[in-house]
Design a protein around this ligand. Sequence first.
Ligand code: SAM
Length: 232
Amino acid sequence: LLSERLKLVASFVPDGSRVADIGSDHAYLPCYLMNHNRISFAVAGEVNEGPYQSARNQVTRSGFADVISVRKGNGLEVISPGEVDTITIAGMGGQLIRDILLGGLEKLDGVNRLILQPNVAAHLLRERLADLNWELVHESILEEDDKIYEILVFDAGNGKKPYEGLNGKDLQKQLLAGPILMKEKNEAFMKKWQNELMKRERILLSLKQADAISEKEAQVKNERDLIKEVLS
Ligand code: SAM
C-alpha cells in the first residue's frame, strides 16, 4: 500500500502524462500511477544499486516492464530531452533535489510540471525555481507516522514573478514557509513551525550558555523571529 505522502504526490501528476520519478527506490510511485491508469509511460531513475534492483523487481512483478523503464544513473542523466513532461522527486533533502535539477537543466525542456517533496529545506526550492521561472502552483503539507512532509508543485513559467513586490522579511517568510501553505495554516503547518520555533529556542539557549555571541546566533535569531511571524 502506498503511503499517504506518495499518494498526495501522485494526485498532482496530470492524467496521461509521461513521468520521470527520480530517486524512485522501489518504484512504488510509478507502479501506483500505472495501476490507476493515470500515466502512459514512466522512467524510474535510481543512482544506487540496491534501490535500482528493488525498482526493477517491483516493475517486473507488476507487469509494467514495457511501460516503466527502470534506469540506473545520477539525477536527470537517466532521461533524454523531451522524453517526459512531468518529473517527481520525493523523499530527499531540498538541497539534493535542487542540485539534481540544476545538474540537468537542459533535460527540463518540454517538462511542464515538477512535483517535489523535500524532507527538509523546501525554501531552497522555492527560491531557486522562482529564479528559473518555474511557477509555484500548489503546496501541500501533511503529517504521517509522526513526520511532517511538504509537497511543492511547479509549472513551467509564464513569466509571472510570484514574489514580485515583496522584499525583506515578507519575502523571507514566504520562501521559508510557503506562500500557499501560509494562507491555509492547517494543523500540520502549525505543528511544524511550532516544532521549528522550539528548535531555534533550544539552539539559542545552548549558544547563550556557551557564551558564543556569534554569526550563528544572529542567524538563528533571525530565523526564530521569522517563524514567530509565520505563526502569528
Ligand atoms: N522517492 C521515494 C520515496 O519518496 O519514498 C524514495 C525516497 S529514498 C529516501 C531516496 C532515494 O533517492 C534513494 O533510493 C536514493 O538511492 C535515491 N537517490 C539519492 N540521490 C540520487 C540521485 N542523485 N539520483 C538518483 N537517485 C538518487
